[in-house]
Design a protein around this ligand. Structure first.
Ligand SMILES: C[S@@+](CC[C@H](N)C(=O)[O-])C[C@H]1O[C@@H](n2cnc3c(N)ncnc32)[C@H](O)[C@@H]1O
Length: 227
C-alpha cells in the first residue's frame, strides 16, 4: 500500500468533512461566473467535488495518485483514473486541485506539475488550487490527534520543521477474526512561497486570496489563467 492509499483509508477519521464542504463551496462560487463546460479535478480524492459539478451540468474527470481514491470515485460511476497529470490527455475549461494537493509536492515536482496543468487547459482556461500558509502549517496542521471507532484506531502525529510537515499515520483496522492489522506510513507536505507561482511559463497567477478554513488565515486560494 502507498502512503497516499493509507491517507485514503484514514481520511474519514480525520474529521475534515465540514472543512471540505466549505472548500467546495468556495471553489464552486469561483467557477460560477466562468463559462465552464469541462472540468478536470486533479487530486480528486473520493470525487465529492465532481459530484457537485456534475449536478451543475459540467462534464467532469478526476485523476488521483491513490488507487483507493480512484476506486471510490469509480464505484459511484464517476470518470476517474489513477495517473500522473503528466500522462493525462484532453483539454479542459477548468482544472482544480482542492485541499492541499499542491502541498504534497516538493518545489521541483510542483513546477513540472504546473507545467502539465497548463498543457491540459483550453485557451482562456482557469486553474484553481489552495495551499497552506506558513501559519496553517505551524499553528494548525502541526500536532497530534487520535480517533477510535469500534473497528478502527487512528493516531496522527505531525511535525513542521524546515518548511516541511512530516505527518505519521498509524492505523489499526479490525479483521473478521477480531485481530487487528496495523498500517504505518508518513506523508510529507511542503510549504510553498507565493513567489514560486508568479514566475511560471505556462500559467499566470491572476488572483490570490488568503482565508480562514480552520483558523485565522491558514490557507491561500490561487487562481491562474493559461498564458
Ligand atoms: C487532502 S486530499 C484532497 C482530496 C480531494 N481534492 C478533496 O477535496 O476531497 C489530497 C489528495 O491529493 C492526492 N494527490 C497527492 N499528490 C497528488 C498528485 N501529484 N497528483 C494527483 N493527486 C495527488 C492524494 O492522493 C489525495 O487524494
Amino acid at each position: 500500500m502507498t502512503n497516499l492509499d493509507l491517507y485514503a483509508k484514514a481520511e474519514h477519521l480525520l474529521g475534515i468533512e465540514e472543512a471540505t464542504e466549505a472548500l467546495y463551496d468556495l471553489y464552486r462560487s469561483e467557477l460560477d461566473d466562468k463559462d465552464v463546460k469541462t472540468l478536470l479535478d486533479v487530486g480528486c480524492g473520493r470525487g465529492g467535488f465532481m459530484q457537485r459539478m456534475i449536478s451543475d451540468g459540467i462534464k467532469c474527470k478526476g485523476i488521483d495518485l491513490s488507487s483507493d481514491m480512484v476506486n471510490a470515485c469509480k464505484s459511484q460511476g464517476l470518470d476517474a483514473q489513477c495517473i500522473d497529470i503528466a500522462d493525462a490527455t484532453g483539454s479542459y475549461d477548468a482544472i482544480v486541485s482542492i485541499f492541499d494537493v499542491l502541498n504534497f509536492m516538493d518545489k521541483d515536482a510542483l513546477l513540472s506539475f504546473l507545467e502539465s496543468i497548463s498543457k491540459r487547459l483550453n485557451d482562456d482556461g482557469v486553474f484553481i488550487a489552495d495551499i497552506n500558509t506558513l501559519y496553517g502549517f505551524s499553528d494548525v496542521a502541526e500536532g497530534t490527534m487520535s480517533k477510535d471507532t469500534e473497528d478502527e484506531f487512528l493516531c496522527v502525529e505531525a511535525e513542521f520543521l524546515n518548511n516541511e510537515l512530516h505527518t505519521f499515520f498509524t492505523l489499526f483496522v479490525k479483521n473478521e477474526d477480531e485481530s487487528f492489522t496495523k498500517y504505518h506510513d508518513k506523508i510529507v507536505q511542503y510549504f510553498h512561497k507565493i513567489q514560486i507561482f508568479q514566475k511560471l511559463s505556462g500559467l499566470k497567477l491572476v488572483e490570490k486570496q488568503t482565508f480562514s478554513l480552520y483558523d485565522e488565515k491558514d490557507k491561500t486560494l490561487l487562481i491562474f489563467k493559461k498564458k
